[in-house]
Design a protein around this ligand. Sequence first.
Ligand code: SAM
Ligand code: SF4
Length: 336
Amino acid sequence: MAPQDSSPAELIDQFGRRVDYIRLSITDRCDFRCVYCMGEDMTFLPREEVLTLEECERLVRVFVGLGVQKVRITGGEPLVRKNALWLFEQVGKLPGLRELVLTTNGSQLDHQALPLKEAGVSRINISLDSLDAERFRKITRVGDINKVLRGIDAAKAAGIARIRLNSVLMRGFNDDEAVALTQFAVDKGIDIAFIEEMPLGQVDHNRESSCVTSDETLGVLQQHFRLVSSAETTGGPARYWRIPDTETRVGFISPHSHNFCESCNRVRITCKGELFLCLGQEDVVDLMPLLREYPNDDAPIREAIVNAMKIKPKGHDFDLRRAEPAVVRFMSVTGG
Ligand code: SAM
Ligand code: SF4
């Protein structure tokens, strides 16, 4: 008989915030090397240190059993993981899950968008930092923009309900593209969010001088578009503006200028099975040993997750003026 389990059916942290959203990174690998996200030479984890797809499915199932309603699969680049689609298919079937969403660089979407939609993916965030092929290559170091553009069209054609571009503007790289990227989103009938660069991991450029704030970008866009502030939320940290008479919402994710921690409803799980309670802090619970020690009993994992809520920090404290990155791990490790 399975051991009795008295854990609650929802996750509430020490500040009364309900956690109903998880972001799961299924790989630290990527086919791009974006300058703000990775170093040029990355050493990736050996396979045995990465959760198997079955372990990923099991973890998501346990979280959904604890009241999690939204799951974002991310990475690294999630779609470069072999058989990733299998995981989407399994997670898409979980009773109780309301939303299965994906963050991707778009490079594999031209052939994967339709099966992902069929697996139950309702929204996709696609990173796009430049519309210029040469610049795109410079920022991603290796990426082919045409593949990504084909991927965006494939996601639209597959009927993904909401598609959002994610753009990180960096001074001296692509800070003059806010208007062009937004116009591109308008023309495609999709959303766009501008993400302020965060000090995650050591990179080759100075983040303090490269970071373009949301307020700056908003000011530039307001000179070209009529933007109407919107109270809408997609359950994430973005603040949205609408462009009237278009399908497009413009979001701003502003960890520096606007603190979004108060309403934080999410936790992150790395591809190593580490449960990070905050993107910008080191508080972590390692779930991999429990997954492997108790292959047939979810109770210890559930208990560890419930207990982890007691150490979810109040908020991050990103400060670009610090010489050291706020946290040493890259976003590709923690999952964006
Ligand atoms: N590979 C996928 C992608 O690029 O969308 C998913 C993972 S990526 C880590 C998720 C998001 O994090 C991307 O939109 C990327 O632009 C963003 N990102 C990565 N490093 C960042 C940083 N240091 N500051 C802000 N955003 C970052
Ligand atoms: Fe890869 Fe995404 Fe990081 Fe770019 S942002 S290097 S695409 S994980």
